[in-house]
Design a protein around this ligand. Sequence first.
Ligand SMILES: Cc1cc2nc3c(=O)[nH]c(=O)nc-3n(C[C@H](O)[C@H](O)[C@H](O)COP(=O)(O)OP(=O)(O)OC[C@H]3O[C@@H](n4cnc5c(N)ncnc54)[C@H](O)[C@@H]3O)c2cc1C
Length: 429
Amino acid sequence: MGDVLDELDAWLDDNWDPDLSVRDWWELLGSAGWAAPALPSTAYGKDLSRNDALAVSRRIAERGALGAPGGLGMLLAAPTVATHGTPEQVERFVRTIVTGAHAWCQLFSEPGAGSDLAGLGSRAIEDGEEWVVNGQKVWTSGGHIADMGMLIARTNPEAPKHQGISWFAMDMRQPGHVDVRPLREMTGRALFSEVFMTDARVPDDAVIGGLNNGWAVANTTLAYERSGLGAGGSGAAALANAGTIAGDLDKRAGDFVRPRGPGTGGAGAMAAGSQKLFIELARRNGKLSDPSVRQALMKLHTLNELGRYQTLRLKAMKARGQDIPGAGNISKLSMSEIVRQSRDLGLAILGAQGTLHAYDSEARKVLDEATGLPESGFVTEMALFAQGPPIYGGTDQVQRNILGERVLGLPKEPNNDRVTPWSALPKNG
Ligand SMILES: Cc1cc2nc3c(=O)[nH]c(=O)nc-3n(C[C@H](O)[C@H](O)[C@H](O)COP(=O)(O)OP(=O)(O)OC[C@H]3O[C@@H](n4cnc5c(N)ncnc54)[C@H](O)[C@@H]3O)c2cc1C
C-alpha cells in the first residue's frame, strides 16, 4: 500500500491545483484512476481493495485536495457497469461518472414494488433501436440532480417476474417524458423524489448486461449498495456535487476543500464520528456519569469495533481468495443497528432539547445561539434520518430473509412466482 500512496503523493504534487475548476480537477483525477481506485484498471480504476481505496481517498483529503465525486454513480452505477457492461459501455458511462461529469440516481423502487422489487411494473417496449419506457419510480435519492438513471424495467411480462427485467442506463434529461418531483422528508430536506416516465426513450445500446438479464445486474447494484452503505461508503464523498444539474462543475475546486465535520448529515457520518461527539455532548450536558449513558456509549463503541473487525476479517479472507457469505447483508444490518443506537443515545443525552430541530440554516443559527450547543442540530438531524438506513438498500427484514435463505439454507417462503408469468401474478395496489 505504501507504494500506491507514494505514487498518489507524486501524482498530487504534479496535478493538484486549487484554482482548477471542479470539472477540470475531476477530469484529471478520474482519468488517472484515482477517483475510483477500487474499480478494475480496465474501467478507470486501479484494482485496489476497498480498504486500500479508502486509504487513497483519505490521503487525498489529508493533502488538502478535493476528493473524488460522490453519489450513487460512484457507489453503484460505476461498479455495476464495470461488472456487466461492454468495453464501449464502460467508456461511455463509467468515464463520465469517475470524472464527475454526470450524476446518477437509482430508479428501482416503485409504489407497488419495494421489498418485492422483482414484482416491478414499469414497462419498456422495443421501438426500432430504442426502448419506450412508461411507469413510476419512488424514493429516488438524488433524482433532482441526476443526469442519468439506473433504470430497471419490465421487458418481458410473459416470463416469470425475475426473468423479464432489463437494466438500462437512462438519460434523465428528457423534459416532458421524465418528470422528477422532490419529496420532502421530516429532516426538512428533500433528498429524494418520485419519478414519472411517460414515453421516455432509451437506446438499445444502453441495456447493461443483456436483455432480460436485469435481475442479475440489479443484484450486483444491490450488493454494492449493501456493502458500501454498511461500510459508511458515502462518508468520504467530496462536498461538491457531480453532474451538470447541481451547478458545481464550473466552480473553483479549492473552494470545496474544507474540513468535514458535524452537519454534513447522513448515515456514514453518523456511524463514523459520532462517539466522540456524544462524549463531548454528555460532558457538557452533565450526563457523562449517568450509568445508562455510559453503558450506551460502550455498546455503540462495541458495535463499531465489531464492524471494524468484520471488515478486517473480510479483507484477510479476500486476500486468501475466500469470502464471508452474506458479509454485505451482515454489514448493512449492523450499520442499521449503529444508526438506531446513535439515535437513542443522542436523544437521551440531549433530553428535552432533542425535541427542537431547525429546518433551514437561518433557523439553525437562531437555535444554536439560544441553546449554546451547535452540535445538537446534528444529533436531531441524524435522529430524524435514522429511520431511513434500516429501510433503503433492502429493509432489515429482507436482509435477514436473504441470510436465512441464501446463507443458512433455510427453506424459502412458499410461493410460485419463480414459474408463473409476471402478467398472471396478483399485483399490489
Ligand atoms: C432514505 C431512503 C432512500 C431511498 N433511496 C432509494 C433510491 O435511491 N432508489 C430506489 O429505487 N429506492 C430507494 N429507496 C427505497 C427503498 O429501497 C425501499 O423503501 C425499500 O426497498 C422497502 O420497500 P417499500 O418502502 O416498498 O416497503 P415494503 O416492501 O412495502 O415493506 C413494508 C414492510 O414490510 C416488510 N416486508 C416486506 N416484505 C417482507 C418479507 N418478504 N419478509 C419480511 N418482511 C417483509 C418490510 O421489511 C417493511 O418493514 C429509499 C428508501 C429510503 C428510506
